[in-house]
Design a protein around this ligand. Structure first.
Ligand SMILES: C[S@@+](CC[C@H](N)C(=O)[O-])C[C@H]1O[C@@H](n2cnc3c(N)ncnc32)[C@H](O)[C@@H]1O
Length: 197
């Protein structure tokens, strides 16, 4: 079992759960600076609970989901270890979600490659043939779970079929802004904010 640190927070990373890395830190550093007092947040695909737990320090109410049962248990344990409250439940994207949020986060599995449905470890980073399949499915429904002034923070890569993602955002009557980006090897990791017109 590995360990990852962010500020004073500590995260255990059991086998088969996505270890927080550049993409997680790109979003985490941004979230850390946000004023989330009294806000309701949903972290989709929470993994170790990394982003959700950073939010829990500041937000009113934070929910976290994942399709991987090991991630669910890791996120619960990490929240407990950091003495923070987090409501964690298993869900395939929005399947088990029935509330509306001020902010929805998704550091998506975004690398191109067919997903082996039985392999949770691969599912944590493979986003389908072009890398954007799961993200596009997410965007199809995400606006229904946003409060009126709510917004989405997305993390994906310059090699994730970006054009299709931006088209989908516009198709859903939303606009987007690149908040930050980081070059890592041959790709650029992007942090995008999407909001309703
Ligand atoms: C790139 S990891 C990000 C983990 C964590 N949010 C972070 O920033 O370190 C993507 C996460 O999405 C989860 N995931 C994959 N498919 C999913 C789905 N259909 N619904 C919900 N979560 C999913 C994976 O299990 C994995 O934990």
């Amino acid at each position: 079992m590995g360990k990852v640190f962010f500020k004073h927070l500590e995260f255990e990373v059991p086998e088969g759960v996505y270890e927080p890395r550049e993409d997680s830190f790109l979003a985490g550093n941004h979230i850390w600076k946000l004023d989330l007092k009294g806000k309701k947040v949903l972290d989709v695909g929470t993994g170790t609970g990394f982003l959700a737990i950073i939010c829990s320090e500041k937000a009113g109410d934070v929910h976290a989901t994942d399709i991987n049962p090991r991630a669910i248990s890791a996120a619960r344990k990490n929240a407990e270890k950091n003495n923070l409250h987090l409501d964690v439940f298993e869900s395939d994207l929005f399947q088990e979600v029935d509330e509306k949020y001020d902010m929805i986060l998704f550091n998506a599995p975004y690398l191109p490659g067919e997903r082996d449905v039985s392999n949770m470890e691969e599912k944590s980073w493979l986003g389908g043939k072009k890398g954007n399949e799961l993200l596009i499915k997410f965007l199809e429904d995400a606006d229904k779970y946003l409060k009126k002034e709510g917004f989405i923070l997305l993390v994906f890569s310059s090699i994730s079929g970006v054009k299709d993602i931006f088209e989908k955002i516009n198709e859903k009557n939303m606009d987007y802004r690149v908040i930050n980006q980081k070059k890592v090897d041959w790709e650029k990791i992007l942090l995008i904010k999407c909001y309703k017109f």
